[in-house]
Design a protein around this ligand. Structure first.
Ligand code: 3HC
Length: 696
């Protein structure tokens, strides 16, 4: 089956793209499109219609081809062929016309779309800019501000909004795309409409202040720190005003190529595919049946339980929320109301949608009300005894085939499953706080968890718009196991000479969403302190990894909630400031533990923290806790504020070179000791292989 076909239907030449799954602009599609438009110039057609088979119009360039040498015809040349057609060319859009796909439409002379179609220029999400005329044509049609917002946000807009912007000409009212698009083309011909080149238009500038582009750059500077594509987009759009179309196109091409070869775009493309790969479970056959999830139970009306419940309500799935007593339940339900009301106030939801979601959540204090749920997720206190009691109770009341899930962040799901007579139905579903916002969902398969329970959980994750990653059981699974080592190294850096503000700044300058010690203050230092109190001295391990944190808590510094933690906080404004009392505590603990403090550079801090993550990541892979390295990157980018434009810790390791990573870890083993700096044997093997390949 050819990726592009051409047929003459009466006097209209119809070009149909058929390149599943999303009609991406692979070489075959570019070539086919160009040839079909050229063919149509010489036949009896009076107009040309471009449309697509399958679920969508062209959803963009073929991202998987980006690492390869470009093969003619290049996309901008295909656009030129289309735009210079002697016969009017009409694009008929459905599904998601994105990136290069929408740019194809912009180079056509007319655009129509079914009402459900979405259009957008999401290249920025891949560290790119529209590289096939989008930066030059979109402002000519939609004006500078609309075009900029479309490209800088990367978010698609609906057909009606696109029509209001001037990006499409006509919203089709029929469900049959081909027939109604043909009627539109005939109407154009009947009205004597001919070719109409977007490139020949001038950009409307009357509403722009002189400082508009500088101001726009300033307004996005904080959010787009360290990234190159955003400012290039602004510059290209400025060029659409200041330069003739052909020169604007040259500017766009140069910027696009710079972005495409950047490590940032490589990282973001890696994350795009990693996210999709993570949804696939290698060991489970595709045809594994899925259990039906019609109703969900959630135990725990605290922040986490309520956040989990919201995910299901937002997806239209009814939830029964259980709390231990009426007071706690009322508090939870009130909290939920407040969150939904807040969303309405901020314009993120309508009153009607918020009411509908709330109506899907029913409170209870009786386990018996779980008798008809298909999935129940507990989010109770992190204690094995409590969890076992809860699962014993669930075993009594839940129907056969119900999935019993724990939201534990660390505990052994195998042990929890033993509290039931149906370990095959028990799984870990680890949400991240705030659970209605954070995209990551760790799905933890215990030894006896049935395949269909895993497959159902993966599908459920898609329904509630989460990015799932499969993990096996170990202390902390993927994310928190790595975090534990990262935080241990943070503590040691503090002892050895760094200060909280230096560590936080070093990591945030590099791109982490927040510094580790700010996060600790926000979460509350007492939580991990209490967890440590449950451990024996031996289990607690090296005092260097927790003594400062202990002393802070014992001094009443529990974090933001007491206006004092690693920082001081203004009780009124919540403003964070450095606190000499913390320096004094750090110095005292260092002296007690015989650690001599000396300045640490930002680079050293960053390297140590990143290598800690990487080494633990390889240990996790080595033990088969994660399916693949890219899954670990998904965990870190979607759950732990790791900058996606750096691709995740495992991607960083590949970028640095595994042999260099290993050499540095071994160097730290010499200077900092073997206790924490023994390289993963998988890393050693892979580094040796990489070295061999490099030498060959
Ligand atoms: N290139 C190559 N493969 C792509 C692709 C693309 N542009 N878009 C999607 N795919 C693949 C996915 O990897 C996935 O493959 P898999 O089944 O093997 O895992 C498959 O298509 C289906 O994708 P999704 O699972 O994401 O399907 P959805 O239905 O959930 O979403 C979509 C469809 C909205 C089109 C979404 O895939 C998407 O957002 N794609 C990326 C769109 C994009 O970024 N376009 C711009 C590309 S850059 C560009 O055009 C540059 C130009 O300016 C020169």
């Amino acid at each position: 089956m050819s990726a592009v076909t051409y047929e003459l239907l009466e006097d209209i030449g119809i070009i149909t793209v058929n390149n599943p799954p999303v009609n991406a602009l692979s070489h075959a599609v570019r070539d086919g499109l160009q040839k079909a438009v050229q063919t149509a110039q010489t036949d009896d057609s009076k107009a040309i219609l471009i449309l697509c088979e399958g679920k969508t119009f062209i959803a963009g360039a073929d991202i998987s081809e980006f690492g390869q040498p470009p093969k003619a015809p290049l996309l901008p040349d295909v656009m030129t062929t289309i735009e210079q057609s002697q016969k009017p060319v009409v694009a008929a859009l459905h599904g998601t016309a994105l990136g290069g796909g929408f740019e194809i439409a912009l180079s056509c002379h007319y655009r129509c779309a079914v009402p459900s179609a979405k259009v957008g220029l999401p290249e920025i999400k891949l560290g790119l800019l529209p590289g096939a005329g989008g930066t030059q044509r979109a402002p000519r049609l939609a004006g500078v501000k609309n075009a900029l917002d479309l490209m800088i946000s990367g978010n698609p807009i609906g057909a009606n909004t696109a029509k209001d912007y001037g990006l499409i000409d006509h919203v089709l009212d029929a469900a049959d795309l081909k027939q109604s698009a043909l009627s539109y083309v005939k109407e154009l011909l009947a009205n004597g409409k001919g070719p109409r080149m977007t490139s020949a238009l001038t950009v409307e500038t009357s509403d722009l202040e002189d400082t508009f582009f500088d101001d726009y750059k300033k307004s996005i500077a904080k959010k787009t720190k360290n990234q190159i594509a955003h400012n290039h987009i602004v510059d290209c759009i400025e060029a659409s005003i200041k330069l003739p179309f052909e020169d604007g196109m040259k500017k766009e091409r140069a910027c696009f190529l710079e972005c495409r070869t950047s490590s940032q775009s490589k990282a973001l493309r890696h994350i795009f595919f990693a996210e999709r790969q993570a949804r696939k479970v290698e060991a489970i056959p595709k045809e594994t049946p899925i259990r039906d999830i019609q109703r969900v139970g959630v135990i725990g009306g605290g922040l986490m339980g309520c956040g989990i419940a919201m995910n299901f309500a937002n997806a239209g799935i009814p939830v029964t929320l259980l709390e231990i007593n009426q007071d706690a339940l009322d508090k939870g339900l009130k909290g939920l109301e407040k969150i939904y009301q807040g969303a309405v106030k901020k314009g993120k939801s309508t009153q009607e949608a918020a009411d509908k979601c709330l109506s899907l959540i029913t409170g209870t204090t009786h386990y018996d009300d779980f008798s008809d749920v298909d999935l129940v997720i507990e989010a109770v206190f992190e204690s094995m005894d409590v969890k076992k009691q809860v699962f014993g109770k669930l075993d009594e009341v839940c129907k056969d085939g119900a999935i019993l899930a724990s939201n534990t962040s660390y505990l052994d799901i195998n042990e929890i499953a033993q509290a039931t007579k149906r370990p095959q139905d028990v799984i870990g579903l680890h949400f991240f706080s705030p659970a209605h916002i954070m995209k990551l969902l760790e799905i933890v398969q215990a030894d006896k968890t049935a395949d269909d329970v895993v497959a159902t959980s993966m599908k459920m994750a898609a329904q509630i718009k989460k990015n799932p990653v499969l993990a096996k059981v170990c202390y902390g699974f993927i994310g928190n196991r790595m975090l534990r080592q990262y935080l241990r190294e943070v503590q040691i850096c503090l002892l050895e000479g760094a200060l909280p503000q230096q560590i936080d700044k070093a990591m945030m300058d590099w791109g982490m969403a927040m510094g580790p010690l700010m996060v600790a203050d926000m979460a509350g230092l007492d939580i991990s302190y209490k967890a440590r109190q449950e451990l024996t001295l031996e289990q607690k391990g090296d005092p260097r990894s927790y003594r400062i944190a202990d002393v802070l808590v014992e001094a009443g510094r529990l974090g933001q909630k007491t206006n004092a933690g690693y920082y001081a906080y203004d009780p009124e404004t919540r403003q964070r400031t450095e606190d000499p009392a913390v320096v004094e505590i750090i110095e005292r603990v260092a002296a007690d533990l015989n650690v001599k403090r000396a300045p640490l550079s930002d680079d050293e801090i960053r390297t140590r923290l990143l290598l800690t993550l990487i080494n633990e990541g390889y240990k996790i892979l080595e033990e088969g806790i994660a399916q693949r390295a890219s899954d670990i990157d998904v965990v870190y980018c979607f759950g732990y504020g790791f900058p996606s434009y750096r691709g995740g810790p495992m991607f960083q390791a590949e970028e640095m070179g595994l042999d260099k990573v290993l050499d540095q870890i071994n160097a730290y083993k010499e200077t900092l000791g073997a206790q924490y700096w023994t390289a993963s044997s998988l890393l050693e093997d892979l580094a040796a292989k990489a070295k061999e390949q490099g030498a060959a």
